[in-house]
Structures are given as C-alpha cells and as structure tokens.
Design a protein around this ligand. Structure first.
Ligand SMILES: [Zn+2]
Length: 86
C-alpha cells in the first residue's frame, strides 16, 4: 500500500451498496456466523428504534435509529453485509 485517497472515492461503491432492497441482502452474524438474508431476521420495534436480531442465535445484528435530523445504523453485530447485483 503506497498511500491513500480521501473518502470521496467511496461515492461509487457505496452508492451501489445503499440503493438496494435491504431485505434481500445477506448478512453474516458476528456472533454465530450464520449467513441469512435480512428478511429472515427478527425485528423488535422499540421506542428508540428497530433492534434486528439474528434468526439463529438471537444476538443483535443491527440497530436502526430514526430521528428528525436523520437516521443511524449500528452494524457491529455483523461481520459483513453482501448485496448481490441483479
Ligand atoms: Zn447469530
């Protein structure tokens, strides 16, 4: 690795990643290693947001918080998220 570029280089790859139907994306649970589409996850609607749990081990995969100023997503429960091209 010889150097770096600024974060603007992410515009292309991330715009592709964030315009998909998220329920069809596959996620790997960081806790148990299960790989499933997000549509199979168990979602709990709480006052502060959506708690998304692994359908195999029940650990938290993702937390989605929607506030007037914007939305936040905590993905620390996933090893990765895979979006397939159509
Ligand atoms: Zn799991």
């Amino acid at each position: 690795m010889t150097g770096h570029v600024d974060g603007n280089v992410l515009a292309g790859p991330l715009s592709e990643l964030f315009r998909f139907d998220p329920t069809t994306a596959s996620a790997r649970c960081a806790s148990c290693g299960d790989v499933s589409v997000l549509a199979r996850a168990m979602v709990y609607v709480e006052d502060h947001g959506l708690i998304v749990r692994c359908c195999t081990c029940d650990d938290v995969l993702m937390i989605v918080v929607q506030e007037p100023e914007g939305s936040s997503i905590d993905l620390t429960g996933m090893s990765w998220l895979r979006v397939r091209r159509p």
